[in-house]
Design a protein around this ligand. Structure first.
Ligand SMILES: Cc1cc2nc3c(=O)[nH]c(=O)nc-3n(C[C@H](O)[C@H](O)[C@H](O)COP(=O)(O)OP(=O)(O)OC[C@H]3O[C@@H](n4cnc5c(N)ncnc54)[C@H](O)[C@@H]3O)c2cc1C
Length: 597
């Protein structure tokens, strides 16, 4: 038997974007949140470093500078109208969080403290500016807890541990979603006037990643199967400082606090790649520098890692060399105690996973798959747009990492994802509620769960010749080697062939657990199917783009090519084929320039 629920607005995802959307939608419309995880376990809780907003609490700053840095950071692929909107809204968004009770770290006189982060600069001096607001190194955790408390206070209805598996569209309009209840295995139909996807990213496609196990790209895969294109999927960010082999993130805030990167010769190699901003260059620039250093044989022990050194001796030595000062103009000098107070969780990770104390020893790091710039195309109201002309699909919304507005373009600046969640989560919630109030329910299809049942029975009916774990392992390795920091035509073609082969082999996987209660084998196998689809879309989009821009670096096409490629990719999954289309980038004030740091 199928359970049918009816809401004006259904939010899929209980992370930062989903909770923000739910809070605003519920002010006017009957709203529910479906989340495969208990909401406070969402990946937003892992965000460490900060949320960017030009408050100017410690030095001069302005939303316009934030806008320009984001445009430049995006390698000019971000839509400038959306970026300007986000950076101006960011300031109020941070104050809103403060008023909701978020315990930000403070300055001595009680204002929200701010620290430098990669790519955020004073546009006049070009030096790093303190723009990242933070709650020590637990910023995302605090955001998630604060928003969840507000949602509970406002009596928002949660369906925790319900996994959405399908989007119901009737005659091109949203009718709802189908989800499985993990505890019982029962299917539920959520009949809704508006649906907001806020399901996060898909970094689990890669072998070394900072992303949570839940980051399997369900939202993108679900909508793509229903004919909606995915935008700019070739742009995936590799963060330069993941813990060696494990991928666990060492926040950029460590470099914001003065940490320095070294190669095996003890050289501060970023001096050569970004002479002005050095260790605080944007992430794509540093990850590529590491790759080039590796190719030159400068990685430590020939094992593709580098050292991130945040010991007080090193921090103080280089602060002196760089002439770094505190806000009051005195020289920037730190003690081990001060470092520990700024990055307590990082110190814990280093102790737990590496057995080292980062105030005494350098941390071995390597690039780690971190953030999806691409995703479900939307406009600044969060409405999903489905073609080259930005035609809106009535009732469908997306926000957060799953969405591509596009504010991050080809490369996201640190601290800009948390801003994105808060700003676009809010506006998609407001807009979805307004839409729902003026719309009727679209009647459900005759058999709304048919497609989900079909997918589930296929997973039980495989021959059993293949194992899901082996396919996952091979996919991740292939993606890391050939669709990683650097790409070539040959490597991408290899990856596409391999993924197609894995998709064929996937048909021979059989889920042997026929139980209904918490059947994680079934769900994880279904998630693997999602990841294979997204891996293919990523590799195909990357093969077509014969230039290097932001997070997409082609060894065989090293230059950015604004004549042919200043455009967004749209990729449709047409049965087994990927069809590509393109739409223009919105440029308002800042014509593309070469990026120098
Ligand atoms: C380690 C780490 C550190 C980071 N640090 C920073 C930082 O300092 N600053 C910054 O700006 N950004 C940072 N980021 C990026 C940022 O945290 C994320 O991009 C952002 O939190 C994503 O939020 P979200 O709301 O889109 O998704 P999430 O918070 O991941 O929420 C996704 C939600 O969707 C639900 N879901 C997924 N699939 C389904 C399904 N099929 N059915 C039902 N529910 C589903 C999940 O249960 C979850 O509730 C960091 C990321 C990582 C991984």
């Amino acid at each position: 038997m199928t359970n049918i629920h009816q809401y004006d607005v259904v939010v899929v995802g209980g992370g930062g974007a989903g909770l923000m959307a739910a809070m605003y939608a519920s002010q006017r419309a009957k709203t529910a949140v479906i989340s495969k995880l208990y909401p406070v376990r969402s990946h937003t809780g892992a965000a460490q470093g900060g949320i960017g907003a030009a408050l100017g609490n410690l030095e001069e700053d302005s939303p316009e500078w934030h806008t320009f840095d984001t445009v430049k950071g995006s390698d000019y692929l971000g839509d400038q109208d959306a970026i300007e909107f986000m950076c101006h809204e960011a300031v109020q968004a941070v104050y809103d969080l403060e008023h909701m009770g978020l315990p930000f770290s403070r300055t001595a006189d009680g204002r929200i403290a701010q620290r430098p982060f990669g790519g955020h600069t004073n546009n006049v001096t070009k030096k790093p500016v303190r723009r990242a607001c933070y709650a020590s190194d637990r910023t995302g955790h605090m955001i998630l807890q604060t928003l969840y408390q507000q949602c509970i206070k406002n009596n928002i209805l949660f369906y925790d541990e319900f996994q959405a598996m399908d989007l119901l569209l009737v005659d091109g309009k949203v009718a709802g979603v189908v989800a499985v209840e993990l505890a019982t295995g029962e299917l539920h139909v959520f009949h809704a006037k508006a649906v907001i996807f806020a399901t996060g990213g898909h970094g689990r496609i890669w072998e070394i990643t900072s992303n949570a196990y839940a980051y399997t790209g369900d939202g993108c895969a679900i909508v793509a199967r229903r004919g909606i294109p995915l935008e700019d999927m070739e742009f995936f960010q590799f963060h330069p400082t993941g813990i060696y082999k494990l991928g666990i993130l060492i926040t950029e805030a460590v470099r914001g606090e003065g940490g320095i990167l070294f190669n095996k010769k003890g050289e501060r190699f970023m001096e050569r790649y970004a002479p002005t901003i050095k260790d605080l260059a944007s992430r794509d620039v540093i990850s590529r520098a590491m790759y080039l250093e590796t190719r030159a044989g400068n990685d430590v022990n020939g094992q593709r890692f580098f050292y991130l050194d945040v010991t007080p001796e090193t921090v103080n030595k280089y602060a002196e060399i760089d002439g770094r000062t505190r806000p009051d103009g005195t020289p920037y000098r730190v003690t081990a105690q001060e470092i520990l107070s700024k990055i307590p969780d990082i110190a814990d990770f280093c102790q737990t996973y590496l057995g080292i104390d980062p105030t005494r020893q350098p941390i071995p790091v390597q690039p780690t798959a971190h953030y999806a710039m691409g995703g479900i195309p939307t406009n600044i109201m969060g409405q999903v747009v489905i073609d080259e002309q930005n035609t809106v699909l009535p009732g469908l919304y997306a926000a957060g990492e799953v969405a591509c507005v596009s504010v991050h373009g080809a490369n996201r600046l640190g601290t800009n994802s948390l801003v994105d969640l808060i700003v676009f989560g809010k506006h998609s919630g407001i807009h979805a509620a307004e839409f729902a109030l003026g719309a009727d329910f679209v009647p459900l299809p005759a058999d709304p769960t048919e497609y989900v049942r079909e997918q589930i029975s296929r997973l039980h009916a495989g021959s059993g010749k293949e194992k899901a774990a082996a396919i996952a392992r091979e996919m991740k390795a292939e993606m890391f080697d050939h669709v990683g920091v650097f790409r070539t035509q040959e490597g991408l073609e290899h990856a596409i062939q391999k993924i197609r082969e894995l998709q064929e082999r996937f048909k021979d996987v059989r889920v042997t657990d026929s139980g209904k209660i918490f059947n994680m084998e079934l769900l994880q196998t279904w998630e693997l199917g999602n990841m294979l689809d997204l891996a293919l879309v990523t590799a195909q989009s990357a093969l077509a783009r014969t230039e290097s821009r932001g997070g997409h670096a082609r060894d065989d096409y090293p230059a950015r090519d604004d004549v042919n490629w200043l455009k967004h990719t749209l990729a449709w999954m047409d049965r087994d084929q990927i069809r590509l289309g393109y739409k223009p980038v919105v440029i308002t004030k800042y014509p593309p320039k070469e990026r120098t740091y």
